[in-house]
Structures are given as C-alpha cells and as structure tokens.
Design a protein around this ligand. Sequence first.
Ligand SMILES: Cc1ncc(COP(=O)(O)O)c(C=O)c1O
Length: 437
Amino acid sequence: MSIAERDCVLHSWTVQADWNAPTVVGGQGARLRLADGREILDCSSLAECSNLGHQHPRLVEAIRAQAEKLCFVTSAWGAEVRADLADALLQKSGFIGGRVFFTLGGADANENAVKIARLAAGKPRGRIIARDRSYHGATHLAMALSGDSRTREQVDPEAFGIEHVPPPYAYRCPFGSRSDEECGEWAAAAVGARIDAGGAETMAAVIMEPNAGTNGIVAPDTFWPELRHITSQRSVCLIADEVMSGFGRCGEWFAWQRFGEAGRPDMMTLAKGLTGAALPLGAVVLSAAMAARVEHRMLNAGLTYCGHPMSCAAGLAALGAYEEEGLIERSRTLGRSLFASLGALQSRHPVIGDVRGGHGLFAVLELVADRETRAMHQPWPSTPPQLKALVAEAMAQGVSFATRGNLILLAPPLVIGEEELTDAIVLLDRLLTKFFP
Ligand SMILES: Cc1ncc(COP(=O)(O)O)c(C=O)c1O
C-alpha cells in the first residue's frame, strides 16, 4: 500500500479513513501485479469493466498508433477513427441508419440518452421512468435515475422529472409473484401502469438495465421483451442501459440481443467494455427512427473530451479483439459452467440463498442468514462483517471478489483461464466454509 496515495488522493465510493486498497503497477490477462510484488486474480474485471483483461496487447498497440497519428480533435469536428467506431457499433447492434453520440463514460451516456429522448419527443421536461435497485452512474442526474439506497438522500429524482417503479427482483418479488416468470411480467406491467397513470403523452422515456446490474438484480427472461412490448404499445422510447451488461458480459454483444428483435430498444447506452476500460469512453446509440427525430433539432450536449480519438481507437481495437478472439461466445460458455459451479456451492452452503446470472460471465450470490425465511444478516445495503472478512481473506490469498451489500458479484475478464476460474471457485468454497460455517 502506498502511504503517499493514502494521504493525497480522495478515493471514490470510500470512507477515506478506511482506505486500504492495493496499488496496481501492471497486469496481464485476468491478473494484476501489485506494488508489493504480489499477483491478484481479478474476479470482478475491476469495476466490471476490464472485459478484455489487463494490458491487452491489441489495445496498447492501438492507443500507441493513434497517439502518433492524432491525439485530439474537438467532438464537434470530424475524426476518422470516431466515424469508424460509430459505424462498427451500428453494425454490431443492427441499428442501421442510426447514429452514435460519444461520451466520457456511462453516467454521462445515460444523462445524454435522457436529453436526446426529451429532444426527440419535443418535451424538454418529459417524464422519465427508471426503477428501484438499479445503478446508472454517480453524476447528479444519473444518481437521480439510479434506484440506489446508498445515495437516495443526496438527490431528488422528482426535481429531474424521474419516477421509480419496483424492480423485477424475483428472489424477493415486490409484487408477491409465485414464479420468476410472473415477477418479470408483473414488473413490466407496473411500468405500463405508471406510464398510463401520468399519461403516455407526458412521457419522454423508460430507462432500465435489460438483464444484469451492479445492484445485483438479474431480471427474469420475461421482463425485457414484455417491457419492450408495453412501451412500444404506448409509443414510449425505451433506453437500455448496457453500460455493464454489454460487450459479452451477459453472453451477447448487447444483453437485449438475447431476445432478438422482440428486445430491441430505441436507444442503448454503452461504456466500460466498449474500450475494455483501457481508456474512458461511453456512447449513446440511437435507432434510425430516433436519429431522424433529432436530425433538425439543436443538440445542446457534449463535453470537451467526448469521443476522444484516442479512446475511439481503443474502442475499435476492443471490438476487433472481442470478435477475433471469440470472446462473446467464450463468455456464454464459461458463464454457463460458472453458473453450474455456483449452483453446486449453493447445495453445500446454506448461506447462499440465491444464485443469479448464467447468461455470460456475470453471476450474483445472495447471502442470507436463514435460507427458509430469506432473512438477511443485515439490512440492505450493509455488508455483513463475515462477508467483509471473507473478501479480505480472499485478497490476502490472491483473488479479488466484488461485493455489494449481502451479494458477491462475479464478473471476471472474459479472457480468464478455465483453471483460474476453477481456482477462484475452490477458494470461495473454502472461505464460505470458514466464514459462514
Ligand atoms: C449499468 C450501469 N450504468 C451506468 C454506470 C455508470 O458508468 P460510469 O461509472 O462509467 O459513469 C454503471 C457503472 O457501474 C453501470 O453499471
């Protein structure tokens, strides 16, 4: 641990006085090299973003080559590499005739998606519906979109014209449904009811994560296609926040693609895996119809570094790596075996109440004090001390796991070796026995 960093940097999502995170000096594949000489197997892709692992040679080379050619041009002017990346994203998503607005990351992608939806609808203050137990970023509007109990007191969604509905959280279904399928359908129906309550004509958009999110919900398969159906029926724009779920994380280029055309949103937001996290970049991808609606209207949006050529070069190289290394399919295959291994863990450890995921390399273990009643050790979003101790011990033994409240989130780089993944599960098994006997 670097003493100097502890004293001079304000770290994100941290109580400063408690900061004791490692300092990273290098990496390769799914492994990170620490300043103290140790190696860590990364089972969370840092912030669920290093989908291509660390220091991917193709990304490093693309960034170097772009730096020699052209470092920067303002986002209002043209840059060849930006156009190439936009074209590649439109091809991959099948949004032919659409457009891409580039941002710095996920939060501002979501902010701009809201702005663009309101511009397209001709309603500068049009209503936005989002959901509880979601995460859309940490800028103020993105915090207002998020259904995140950690920051609820810091922002007033109403002031931003944002309303929340209950989530498709099948394990603790807010609608009291009897099955996962029913919970997904009822959660989608609740969006329809909320749209109707204020009138569809007052709406600008619905924004939601199509499958998995960092707040630990994995929506049942019935949810997204039904939500698409309900929003289409009412001519309401549907925005898919694919910041975390995109680029193979859920076994597809974009999670909604698992449902084919029945899942196609009007816009989607991207970041994280877009550059494999090698450089900051986000994007809003618009369908042709949405693009046509804003074509002749002034777009008051954009930050100085939006669509930075260096980041776009990294994005283009990342797309090439996903494609040529077959990483989307790999995520799907490894995700299935990860899910099966976690199911086996659940049968041995009563503390595991629920296992969610399985579409790609993203899985959630929800820990409970009592499997029968589903009672938690501590109210959400506190992390039980035993889980904190488990994660600290895992780190000491060379594996990093992410937690959120009573959840363990597994989201390793898509390049993780099969043996590495097995080793991580074996360690988790041992530590669950030790800390939750
Ligand atoms: C679903 C989702 N949306 C948006 C964001 C915010 O992205 P960023 O941190 O790049 O602003 C995140 C980050 O975790 C996310 O998971």
